[in-house]
Design a protein around this ligand. Structure first.
Ligand code: P1T
Length: 379
């Protein structure tokens, strides 16, 4: 089955009791059991819920995985992966990544005795240099948030396999439509389903998928034991969102290209970060492991002053100023004060995340209108 067909059909079945074609919202906390130990596979809604099961199976199918699990947020999904570790274990993570991921590793798990190294993963030799007997997990995002760096998943997975480490890839920016990290050797794929999977900026949710039964069991145990599960209503919304994922991603990619090319030729714009530009440092990695380039575009201005960047961000009319990404509507984010404020400035400076960087989540409106908006805002 091809991707679009899977997006619409995988994991979902007409409701056996009514024939309803759309998966019902099973708004229940418990299930009546016929006798002690006699039930229909559903006991308590933290542990299982049929709306959630449909979504978990759908996301798993899109990633080419056997198993899927959904969580109350992307952060709850990340939390579950990190809970696979024990005190004394070490993580190697990419150095450009969502601020919340950096924060949970350094501010929450560090106090439980877990140590992390944040590295430029375009130097696989550098990754090997930091591996020691305590290393247990490699965490990467590709494309990264917000600098749109690309990391060769296969190259890193070879290192992970050689050293018996888990590799988890945050696939939020690419979505399963553009990239399937399991195919390149990842053990776990993580999503903030809040973003493109939901696609309409009306849900907060996370997801994990894997092909390894043992790993799935451990993560399912954590999901149930810790309890950060999404509501059935939110599962319904994400299932509905995913039905148009392939169509939306096509348009995000077309609009991303139009916006990136417009910015690239603008005399006041300095650097443009979009993975589809042949001038992108690692464009070849996108060609190797992705089926498209998406709608995330970051840029800086030649007049590299905060006042200038602020003026542009506050003058945009169609691009709404705010955190998040991946919705049908265009958004403009200021990473230094919003999504990445929890990464200390010295660390941001080291990875090249300037205070003046502007991040765009290019939506699926008409590209001409988006370009007009940028034109009037940049001046
Ligand atoms: O917001 P939540 O659903 O908990 O997901 C966290 C998360 C994880 N991974 C990546 C790559 C992310 O971008 C995010 C959330 N990011 C934003 C809110 C943002 O605007 O970048």
């Amino acid at each position: 089955m091809k991707f679009g067909t899977k997006a619409i059909h995988a994991g979902v079945h007409p409701d056996p009791s009514t024939g309803a074609i759309m998966t019902p919202i099973f708004q229940t906390s418990t299930y009546v059991q016929e006798g002690i130990g006699k039930h229909k596979g559903y006991e308590y809604a933290r542990t299982q819920n049929p709306t959630r099961t449909a979504l978990e199976n759908n996301i798993a199918a899109l990633e080419g995985a056997q198993f899927g699990l959904c969580f109350a947020s992307g952060m709850a999904a990340i939390d579950a992966v990190l809970k696979l570790l024990s005190a004394g274990d070490e993580i190697i993570a990419c150095n450009d990544l969502y601020g919340g991921t950096y924060r949970i590793i350094t501010k929450v798990f560090q106090q439980f005795g877990i140590k992390a190294h944040f590295l430029d993963m375009n130097q696989p030799a550098e990754v090997e240099r930091f591996i020691n007997p305590n290393t247990k997990l490699i965490w990467l995002e590709t494309p990264t948030n917000p600098l749109l760096n690309l990391i060769d998943i296969e190259a890193i997975s070879l290192i992970a396999q050689k050293n018996d480490l888990l590799l988890c890839v945050d696939n939020t920016f690419a979505t399963p439509c553009l990239q399937n990290p399991l195919l390149w050797g990842a053990d776990i794929v993580m999503h903030s389903a809040t973003k493109y999977l939901s696609g309409h900026s009306d849900v907060v949710m996370g997801a994990l998928v894997t092909n390894k039964p043992e790993l799935h069991q451990k993560l399912a145990f954590i999901q149930n034991a810790c309890g950060a599960v999404p509501s059935p209503n939110d599962c319904f919304l994400v299932l509905r969102g995913i039905k148009t994922l392939h169509i939306r991603m096509e348009r995000h990619g077309q609009n991303g290209k139009a916006v990136a090319e417009f910015l690239q030729q603008h005399p006041k714009v300095d650097r443009v970060y979009w993975i589809g530009l042949p001038t992108h440092t690692n464009h070849a990695i996108a060609l190797k492991q992705m089926q498209g380039f998406g709608g995330m575009v970051s840029f800086t201005l030649k007049n590299d002053q905060m006042d200038e960047a602020k003026k542009v961000m506050e003058s945009l009319k169609i691009f709404a100023l705010g955190e998040s990404l991946g919705g049908v509507e265009s958004l403009c984010t200021h990473p230094a004060t919003m999504t990445h404020a929890s990464i200390p400035k010295e660390q941001r400076d080291k990875t090249g995340l300037k205070d003046t960087l502007i991040r765009l989540s290019v939506g699926i409106e008409d590209a001409e209108d988006l370009i007009e908006d940028l034109k009037q805002a940049i001046g």
